[in-house]
Design a protein around this ligand. Sequence first.
Ligand SMILES: *Cc1c(COP(=O)(O)O)cnc(C)c1O
Length: 495
Amino acid sequence: MNLMYKSTRDSSKKVTASEAILKGLSDDGGLFVPESVPKLTLPLGDFAKLSYQETAYEVMKLFFTDFTEEELKNCINNAYDAKFDTENITELKKVGNASYLELYHGATIAFKDMALSILPHLLTTSAKKNNITDKIIILTATSGDTGKAALAGFADVEGTGIIVFYPKGGVSKVQEKQMVTQKGDNCKVVGITGNFDDAQTGVKNMFNNKELAAKLSSKGYRFSSANSINIGRLIPQVVYYVYAYSRLLKNGEIKEGDKVNFVVPTGNFGNILAAYFAKNMGIPVNKLICASNENKVLFDFFETGVYDRNREFILTKSPSMDILISSNLERLIYLIAGEDSDKNKAFMEALTTDGKYEITEDMKAQLEGFVGGYASEADTLAEIKKVYTENSYVMDTHTAVASSVYRAYREKTGDETVSVIASTASPYKFATSVMGAIDDKYVGEDDFLLIDKLEEVSGMPIPNAVKGLKDAEVLHDIVCETADMQKTVESILNV
Ligand SMILES: *Cc1c(COP(=O)(O)O)cnc(C)c1O
């Protein structure tokens, strides 16, 4: 029997995994969730013997039940290969009191590669399975890292095109350069004059625009999403939490059944939701620690039960977490609302009209397994310096938010449970901020000039993704007003 997926806004509709991957977002604006989260079918101890790819198969086969073994293994083997600079795909490094799960060893040196290197394969396989011949147009809003990872994943993949929107001035220099130099005939990159939330809202509006869909369809196009709302991105992220647990077992740091904490630097709530799914699959978890930067809408939510996006949007040095509408939280809200899609829909409508909602006491009680925390800009930079000075380990600003939140949590609670911090980007992606944190004299210097310095300081070789970037040719220079996003898409596709 196939595991079916329901929309968070209308649970009477059910689709297969491949249909959910193809659609991205449900027609009613909801997100797809599995009818139930499957339990792992191997004993935990057995995972310690599996490679990353084998772990990926064991986890994903339980969610993508309409894929054949051959189809799924093909997707996995095409994704997790030599594009990663370590055979293990991710590395788990013990530093001080925590283990850092380095999720940045892929093509674009950020954790988005973990999912976006497999999504194009899941998507094209899904299209074949459903006899779709339309060209699939990926429409994506990015706060910096998704864009490049999606471009790298989809570039020149037959039967697909990709258009990426990013907030002009709201991403790092390296992030922007990575995107606007992207090669591939099917790739377009557009800067908008608004912030990330504006970009995401613009993209959502296009997905929900039935007139536009009809126009596209008549020209043989259909939209799909590479944003973290796609179930084809969420599920591949569950894998590395299972893998991290199995490496701790293998290293003898825990015994089978011991609980661990996962600390996740959070923006759109995709990464931490994947950890929650891993927990529901049977990975023993004590706390899921949700770390925010100064855009601490999630911290406030976990404290009060009120989600309120009516606040100033702050540009921080962890730009991939500068988000006030955490899209994936909708899946958690739906689950803790007892899978009541009407109730969830009412919250989401309140978020659209009033910019806020408050969950019930019953729902709040179900958030017990989560802890919210946040780090100020000063905390974040101090954390980079502290860990570098004490442990000679260099981390990026996003990871530092989580590391700082974890330090404060451990001091406050005395909880000494073995803890894994998701390390979501290479320090090379944010060289100026990282070097500026380590030594004042680098503050404000150019990202590109600091790359060699960073190599000296960190002892980590310069990743291929950064080499040669400075002199790469700019291939994309479209900038548009937020209000003109749809017009821009229509002109690119000539519809
Ligand atoms: C996207 C991103 C995050 C936030 O992840 P979510 O799944 O959106 O919560 C954190 N760090 C980095 C480096 C990212 O690129």
